[in-house]
Design a protein. Structure first.
Lengths: 335, 399
């Protein structure tokens, strides 16, 4: 009898001891700390390249009527996003999707809500040529920038050529790789400062990773599985935005959109791809109901049955994902 | 002396469990959660009962639905071994016409070792083994038989359909016996003729399941059947189940589920060397969710050949249970249940049980469980009617 009990005790202790070193290892959907920004080999980060990209990012001359720049919709003082549901491009044209933040965009595998760009370089040119956003042809942008001696000189210095579309893309991408947020209370908590997050945020973290099912998609250090899901946003409207389906033509992608990062989420309101939810509490309420039913609703979208305090805790946790903002002023533009 | 020592050891092991549970982070939890880095509550609201997410995960062969291509096998993740232990203080008071018996003791009531995961793409497995333990004061006996050992092949045709083979918990259990909130058994699932198969048993066989359009799910199984069958008897027991969920969810904590089940088997009477006789079970079940309440209802009717009971005529019985549970918070669940079994005069073994209990979760994987149940059975033995009152307070710990 005693032997059995001692064996039981031994099993408990042994299992616990064996488990401890493995807790963080191989948990492939766990959240965590961000590593260094990934940089492609063919576009190394140099000060000159970054400075050139910064100028291009803020320059409205990249648009057809010289009124819109990247910073118009991805504003530094709005956490590099925009607080409008959807944004207005040239000639007062209104787009259909919310401007996502470019904070930490360098860590994302796909760019744009539908993931049509696989890199920052690819993404950088998209809005310029988009008729609703900046509405300029790439050929014309090259002509316009080549006519500005300050740009021409810098392109020669950085790329050894006059202004090219490839150079524009690389420079903007290099700059965007510097737009990252600093450690959040969540990061500091993970690094050992157990007071960095409030008790409500800690409870929210447990919910995020459990009953609220968030981690199933908002996984990894970026709080994004770098994939696409149909959560039903806008599916109750007559002609819903079909998202990734337009890019892949795969029926499985109908209504799917990229899982956005949740880092700095408290600053990047409104939320979801159409900006239809104004606050984090609204977003939690949306998920609590299980999204909006449709023929391709993600199987992981289920009602959550959260209590009111649980919803508040979840919001507190997401607020704790807010890092320090990069101090990047608008540069003096070349003439 | 030995008894006191064993009680002390039991108490100590519970304390160790409690201590470890409070020391380990919430991610230090069994197999599946540990694999992903999730908390228990991802799949259990509250442990051990599955929530809708967990139900879909199980139905999908232990893969996250929609993320099958990203899944990892047991060779790519941490050791897929977990254990569950529960124990505490229980007080059992039995009364029948010949007297009464009181048992008060600290003891470990069960200990399971579990392993599960993916062997390959869409090939999952689950093993639950309660090791053999000789019962004595301070610890409940366990026969050491493998409770579950099955392989599930999922997403067979166009991402749908699964086959589960081996020893498993069958789909005709609309409410999982292994993952019920109470320690008290579902009486109607346990009620059967001598040597017969109980719905609460895990079974050996094969089960096909599918989830079709309109939130309809189906299952059909062919299994070995009753222990009173001879070893050379071919498996002749089969069952069918269909369920539909109204609204989003799986009917666990969201959505309203309505199900039907039919079980048709053959068994040999325990007495004599009789030929196999037929029996069947027909049931209806519902799971209703509103706010943070769940009401589970099971109605089951049985029809057994009289030879299986040793009676001249066939035996028709019926019964079921109604269980309400309330989850006001992640850390707390309360439950109450009423079970009944109504039998014909030839048998006259009516059962009535009611259960009240609650669980408080110190951590996702460590619960304080308290429960009271009152059970009465007519003609439970030669001593006549019997009443049992059962009190339990203790810990349920998985790691």
């Amino acid at each position: 009898m005693r032997r059995v009990l001692w064996i039981l005790l031994g099993v408990i202790l042994l299992a616990a001891v064996l488990c401890l070193p493995q807790l963080d290892a191989q948990q492939f959907l766990a959240n965590g700390l961000l590593g260094p920004v990934p940089v492609p080999a063919d576009n190394p980060q140099t000060d000159q390249r970054i400075r050139l990209g910064q100028q291009l990012y803020f320059d409205t001359r990249l648009s057809a009527d010289n009124t819109v720049s990247c910073a118009t919709c991805h504003k530094p003082d709005a956490a590099w996003a925009n607080h409008n549901s959807t944004d207005t491009g040239i000639k007062g044209q209104v787009g259909g999707r919310n401007s996502g933040t470019i904070l930490n965009a360098a860590y994302m595998r796909y760019q744009f809500w539908d993931g049509r760009a696989g890199s920052l370089e690819e993404q950088a040119l998209g809005p310029i040529a988009n008729p609703i956003e900046m509405g300029e042809t790439l050929e014309n942008v090259v002509l316009k920038l080549n006519a500005i001696p300050g740009y021409r000189r810098q392109f020669q210095r950085v790329f050894g050529t006059d202004v090219t579309t490839e150079g524009i893309a690389k420079a903007i991408a290099a700059f965007e790789r510097t737009v990252t947020s600093g450690p959040s209370p969540y990061d500091r908590y993970l690094m050992g400062d157990k007071k960095a997050m409030s008790p409500a945020a800690v409870r929210g973290m447990d919910l995020f990773n459990g009953k609220a099912h968030c981690t199933a998609c908002h996984s990894g250090p970026m709080f994004s599985d770098q994939s696409f899901h149909n959560i039903g946003v806008g599916m109750d409207k007559p002609n819903p935005d079909v998202g990734r389906f337009k890019i892949t033509n795969d029926p499985a992608d109908w209504g799917r959109f990229k899982t956005p990062t949740l880092r700095d989420i408290s600053l990047t309101y409104p939320y979801l791809h159409d900006g239809s939810e104004k606050t984090l509490a609204d977003v939690v309420a949306f998920y609590d109901k299980g999204g909006i039913p449709n023929r391709n609703l993600d199987p992981l979208m289920l009602p959550l049955n959260l209590t009111r305090p649980e919803k508040a805790d979840l919001v507190a946790f997401m607020e704790a994902l807010t890092g320090t903002m990069p101090d990047i002023p608008a540069p003096e533009l070349p003439e | 002396m030995q008894m006191r020592l064993s009680q002390v050891l039991t108490f100590c092991s519970i304390c160790v469990a409690l201590l470890l549970g409070s020391l380990l982070p919430a991610s230090a939890i069994p197999v599946f959660a540990r694999k992903y880095g999730f908390n228990c509550t991802m799949c259990h609201s509250n442990f051990p009962r599955l929530n809708d997410f967990g139900q879909r995960y199980r139905q999908n062969g232990y893969q996250l639905p929609g993320r099958e291509n990203e899944e990892k096998t047991i060779l790519e993740t941490g050791a897929p071994v977990a254990a569950r232990i529960n124990g505490g203080f229980d007080y059992d008071r039995f009364e029948n016409t010949s007297g009464e018996e009181n048992i008060r003791q600290f003891r470990i009531t069960s200990f399971d070792v579990l392993s599960g995961g993916l062997l390959g793409k869409s090939i999952g497995y689950l093993v639950v083994y309660p090791p053999k333990i000789e019962g004595s004061s301070g610890i409940a006996a366990q026969p050491g038989t493998v409770e579950m050992a099955n392989v599930i092949f999922s997403r067979l045709v166009e991402g749908r359909g699964s086959v589960r083979a081996g020893r498993f918990e069958p789909a005709y259990d609309a409410f999982s016996v292994k993952r019920r909130l109470s320690f008290a058994p579902y009486e109607i699932y346990d009620f059967t003729f001598p040597g017969g198969i109980a719905f609460s048993d895990t079974v050996d066989g094969i089960e096909l399941a599918d989830r079709g359009k309109g939130a309809m799910s189906y299952a059909a199984g062919l299994i070995n059947g009753s222990s009173s069958d001879r070893l050379d008897d071919s498996p002749q027991d089969f069952y069918l189940r269909a369920a539909k969920v109204f609204g989003p969810g799986e009917g666990q904590t969201a959505g309203q589920r309505l199900g039907v089940v039919g079980y048709f088997g053959k068994a040999r009477p325990m007495l004599g060397d009789g030929s196999r006789q037929g029996f069947d079970r027909i049931g209806v079940d519902g799971s209703v969710n509103f706010d943070h309440w769940n009401v589970a209802i099971q109605l089951l009717r049985g029809n057994d050949d009289g030879a299986l009971w040793g009676t001249a005529s066939d035996v028709d019985f019926s019964g079921g249970f109604v269980e309400a549970s309330y989850l006001p918070a992640t850390k707390l669940v309360g439950f109450g249940r009423y079970d009944w079994v109504s039998t014909p005069d030839e048998i006259n073994q009516d059962i009535r049980r009611w259960v009240l209990g609650g669980r408080y979760y110190f951590a996702d994987n460590l619960a304080f469980h308290c429960e009271y149940s009152h059970r009465r059975q007519d003609n439970a033995s030669e001593a006549g009617d019997a009443t049992e009152k059962f009190y339990f307070g203790g810990l349920d710990f998985a790691f």
